[in-house]
Design a protein around this ligand. Structure first.
Ligand code: FES
Ligand SMILES: [Fe+2]
Length: 416
């Protein structure tokens, strides 16, 4: 008789420290449902940007599992997030993606809501019908320097505060709220969302996979085994570390927060940010590492302030003097994950005048496609019965061990 499948908590208990997760945690549908509940309902997640809705009346609908969320900008120029569920009989009000609206009109029976969510029109419901208790349900949200995070739970984790505080200061001169989305690319990766995140948290694969990114990216920043370097490479690594220390001091002294800030264990809200030196011309993640936009972001006057990266558990971001690249990760099923990448420039930057779209987007377009291929390979191998969890490098994959440990801890804290 075939043995019964282990429980989810059995899979969590089977995870060996320093190793990738047991297969079922990546592949099983019941684990996917649990992940959606724990990591995409009860935690703060990134859903997009204030810049997705630049003008009053702009709305952007993001679907997360069974939830559909309307991010909008109201007539007072304020951001709001509402459940995309009509308070009459529940119909979806807007379709996924960008919308331009004066009011929110349900297509079913035309119940009509202000951009504040207030129900203002509901015909044939009788004189005693109380519209005031039928507003659209609001969603808890916070803008982290222009990045919109939501929490679908009634009691959102309080430990988002360090993320907000850190990034508001760090992003202030970049004024991400006043950027425009110059380009967006959606890719559905054939893999579990945790593989998407793991792949993003290591640069072990960068040299072998990302020739375009490696023009500006320095994989030494993400760890190496000193014993495996040649004498010459060792000198390069030492020189890079000295330069990183010097630049970080200079940047901090000039008022640009740069040092590593991270919250990766014993927490709900998982993030890491650091300002890193870029290689070559050192300005931007472009084919020649020079700026793609001559109109710099916000109040920036310097192109030599490196790359601020920010990771969350469903996003990664790079902020440079001339542009930013953001990626939001939305699981679709146990084996499919949407990666939504956006390239941001100053809101007044003009394509063809201030920036060249190809130069702006080519590095992360190539990199994201390459990563999608790696994630699909990884997921396919993990589904193979021959897979057993393998060891993470303690030099180059320590962040994956932390991520897997955080994942198991948060699952357990939520009753699994
Ligand atoms: S379901 Fe929206 S108006 Fe009826
Ligand atoms: Fe990659």
């Amino acid at each position: 008789m075939a043995g019964s499948l282990p429980t989810i908590s059995g899979l969590l208990n089977a995870r060996r420290p320093g190793h990738s997760l047991p297969a079922g945690l990546y592949t099983r549908d019941d684990v996917f449902e649990a992940d959606m509940d724990v990591f995409f309902r009860r935690q703060w997640i990134n859903i997009g940007l204030e810049a997705d809705v630049p003008e009053p009346g702009d709305a952007y609908v993001v679907d997360i599992g069974d939830n559909s969320l309307i991010l909008l900008r109201n007539d007072d120029n304020e951001i709001g997030v509402f459940h995309n569920v009509c308070r009459h009989r529940g119909a979806r009000i807007l379709d996924a993606g960008p919308n331009m609206i004066g009011k929110l009109v349900c297509p079913y029976h035309q119940w009509t809501y202000e951009l504040s969510g207030e129900l203002v029109y509901a015909p044939h419901m009788g004189q005693d019908f109380d519209k005031s208790c039928r507003s659209l349900k609001p969603v808890n949200f916070v803008s982290v320097g222009g990045l919109v995070y939501v929490c679908l739970d009634d009691n959102p984790p309080m430990d988002i505060a360090p993320l907000v505080e850190t990034m508001e200061a760090r992003l202030a001169p970049y004024d991400i709220r006043n950027t425009k989305v110059a380009h967006q690319m959606d890719i559905v990766e054939d893999g579990n969302w945790k593989l998407t995140m793991e792949n993003n948290r290591e640069c072990y694969h960068c040299a072998g996979t990302h020739p375009e990114l490696c023009v500006s990216f320095i994989d030494l920043d993400f760890g190496f085994d000193p014993a495996s370097l040649t004498d010459e490479d060792r000198k390069i690594a030492d020189a890079h570390q000295a330069l990183y220390d010097q630049r970080t001091r200079e940047w901090e002294d000039a008022g640009y927060p740069s040092a590593l800030v991270a919250q990766l264990a014993d927490c709900n809200t998982n993030f890491r940010t650091q300002r890193l030196i870029m290689a070559g011309a050192g300005e931007s993640q472009t084919p020649d590492a020079t700026a793609a936009s001559r109109r710099l972001l916000g109040t920036m006057t310097r192109k030599d302030l490196g790359d601020i990266h920010l990771w969350g558990h469903n996003c990664w971001n790079h902020f440079m003097g001339d542009h930013a690249v953001t990626a939001t990760v939305i699981p679709l099923s146990s084996g499919k994950t949407l990666v939504r990448t956006k390239w941001l420039v100053h809101k007044d930057a003009v394509e063809g005048v201030d920036y060249d779209l190809e130069k702006l987007t080519s590095v992360w377009t190539a990199t994201t496609r390459q990563d999608a291929d790696l994630v699909a390979r990884s997921h396919a191998g993990i589904k193979d019965p021959a897979y057993t969890p393998g060891p993470y490098s303690k030099f180059t994959e320590q962040e994956l061990d932390r991520f897997a440990t955080w994942y198991v801890d948060v699952m357990r804290a939520n009753g699994y």
